[in-house]
Design a protein around this ligand. Structure first.
Ligand SMILES: Cc1cc2nc3c(=O)[nH]c(=O)nc-3n(C[C@H](O)[C@H](O)[C@H](O)COP(=O)(O)OP(=O)(O)OC[C@H]3O[C@@H](n4cnc5c(N)ncnc54)[C@H](O)[C@@H]3O)c2cc1C
Length: 543
């Protein structure tokens, strides 16, 4: 008999044997009757300030039917009848059919996952990526960070692994699609990720691990019959009578009937190509703001109290929200990187944005998070009165670009980050100096009010101090702001039907963050998985 037990509570320094003991106590049986035990989920509960943080676990146990167990109606105990907790996603193998080879564009989480599933289905997909493989991309990024030398095709945003390669590698998601999330996480484990990501409530990898996992992921695609081409840029689309006929890569057409377009939301040229080719796009709301950095030890103290520094707790994160109060917009934190570094990102000359990354140990002295203010299409038409037709749809990108260009200039036009102590930002004054200790030394004092629109600065000036008060003990005096955070999500959506296909180009499957339906590593990968399933059904129906 298999039993799922919720809410096994254990102290921070529990040992493996304590899980068995606690499970036996919960079902009121002897430990010797439990023949198997598997942890399904593990989270840290630190909500009660007066008590020590503890682990809360869900476990599955195996008990002999003959044990004669009398289960009470404890809501935390549930008999599992036969079914697997995470049933496998079934991918049919349709190799051998006369099917045109599908093309996947973009080797970020979405494109990688899509290509793997298509390869497993026997469709030998072709995966196209404009940037370099991880081993070449790393020195390209390093020369951008050290000297401000930008390679417009291989950078923090473009190249194998996509936008998330130089990241915190947080694997949290709001996706309710548990099985596909599980499938993606299991694939990461197969490619070298620690098994803990399958059970932790807030799993993360860090950039050092991602750089090992992503090439193994590519290898898996190739072993299953896929082909990966780097330095190959998608430049156009051939559509005839609303059906996809081919795509243009480096000036040459590749014929195909199905293409998963997973180019992320930094590929602004791709939106332009699609708009000019008549692919239906829509504007969507997004958010802009600043990235704030504070000493990690203050965050740990605020979250863990006297238990800060406990090795099982690691570096603490936070999520803060301030609701819209009728007069002022909402503000929320995004992509918090405990023990991480603020980084500059760019994919074209003259445009600069920030983000955060960390290594698996998350042991850096600072934590950072974006503080974002929502914007929607009604915020920018006035700024772009000339915008009409396709350019009207792309005006959110123009809005982002204008901020990024101002940031580039404010940082000294060499991809140094413009930065300001929070105290200067709140007093609306140009900072003279930045703190000597900061995570991104290649940053310059700048008046950040000159970078972001007034309504965003006004909201942040009120919201940040209020939000920091929620993190008791974190002082605004210790906070440093870097500008700007503009690419938390796409300002454009590539309109899709229920099955994920473009509404007006049959055979085109926009996927991932750039399609405007996903955000973050896991949700983009899950979206890629679904796009691959849709291509498999599309191919089966046609042939
Ligand atoms: C620095 C940073 C840190 C982040 N940290 C996290 C985090 O910790 N957790 C999290 O969940 N999310 C994080 N994100 C967001 C996350 O990386 C994205 O949500 C995710 O990568 C989106 O996946 P995607 O596959 O849809 O697109 P992308 O990852 O953007 O991949 C798109 C790929 O397409 C390629 N491409 C673009 N145009 C073309 C073209 N014309 N031809 C061929 N190829 C093209 C690009 O080179 C790129 O490799 C972070 C992002 C950044 C930038």
């Amino acid at each position: 008999m298999r039993i799922k037990i919720h809410q096994i509570l254990l102290p921070l320094d529990y040992e493996e044997k304590d899980i068995l003991k606690a499970a036996a106590a919960k079902v009121k049986c002897s430990e010797s009757l439990i023949s198997g035990l598997k942890v399904i989920r593990r989270s840290i509960d630190a909500r009660k300030r007066s008590e020590a943080p503890f682990f809360s676990m869900h476990v599955e146990i195996e008990i002999s039917e003959s044990a004669g167990l009398k289960l009470t109606d404890d809501k935390d105990i549930q008999i599992i009848s036969g079914e697997q907790i995470f049933p496998e996603i079934q991918i049919p193998n349709i190799s051998g059919k006369e099917i045109s080879r599908p093309v996947v564009i973009g080797a970020g989480p979405s494109g990688l996952m899509a290509a793997l599933i298509l390869a497993e289905a026997g469709l030998s997909p072709l995966l196209i990526e404009r940037g370099s493989p991880v081993n070449k991309r790393t020195p390209e990024v390093s020369s951008f960070w050290k000297k401000g030398e930008l390679n417009q095709e291989g950078n923090v945003l473009f190249g194998e692994g996509g936008a998330g390669l130089f990241s915190d590698g947080k694997l949290t998601t709001r996706s309710k699609d548990r099985l596909r999330v599980r499938r993606f996480l299991e694939t990461l484990v197969k490619c070298g990720a620690p098994e803990d990501i399958l059970i932790d409530a807030e799993p993360h990898l860090g950039s050092d691990l991602l750089k090992k996992i992503v090439p193994a992921f590519r290898n898996l695609i190739e072993i299953n019959g896929g082909e990966v081409r780097f330095h190959s840029r998608f430049e156009g689309i051939h559509v005839d009578k609303n059906r996809l006929r081919g795509i243009i890569i480096n000036g040459r057409e590749i014929e195909t009937e199905s293409c998963i377009l997973a180019t992320g939301h930094s590929a602004r040229d791709v939106y332009k190509i699609l708009a000019e080719s008549g692919v239906m796009l829509e504007q969507k709301a997004f958010a802009v703001g600043l990235r704030l950095e504070i000493p990690q030890k203050r965050i740990d103290q605020a979250q863990w109290g006297s238990f800060a520094g406990h090795p099982r707790l690691g570096a603490a994160g936070f999520r803060l929200t301030l609701k819209n109060d009728g007069n002022r917009r909402a503000c929320y934190t995004f992509c918090m990187c405990p023990g991480g570094t603020v980084i500059p990102c760019a994919s074209s000359e003259g445009y600069l944005t920030t983000n955060g990354m960390s290594l698996s140990a998350r042991s850096g002295p600072f934590g950072n998070a974006a503080f974002l203010v929502p914007v929607d299409p009604s915020d920018y038409p006035a700024e772009y009165p000339e915008a009409n037709g396709i350019h009207r749809i792309l005006s959110g990108i123009e809005f982002q670009g204008r901020i990024e260009n101002l940031a580039y200039v404010a940082g000294g036009s060499d991809f140094s980050l413009p930065a300001a102590p929070l105290s200067d930002f709140l007093k609306n004054r140009h900072p003279d100096i930045l703190p000597e200790k900061r995570s991104w030394p290649r940053s310059r004092p700048a008046d950040l009010h000159l970078v972001l629109p007034g309504f965003v600065c006004d909201t942040l000036s009120v919201a940040i101090p209020k939000m920091l008060r929620l993190l008791e003990g974190v002082s605004p005096e210790e906070a440093l702001l870097y500008a700007p955070e503009t690419r938390s999500s796409s300002p454009v959506r590539i309109s899709r039907k229920e099955n994920g296909e473009s509404v007006n180009v049959s055979g085109l499957f926009p996927s991932g963050e750039g399609a405007g339906y996903a955000g973050g590593i896991v949700s983009s990968a899950v979206d890629g998985l679904r796009a691959a399933e849709a291509v498999i059904s599309f191919s089966c129906c046609k042939h």
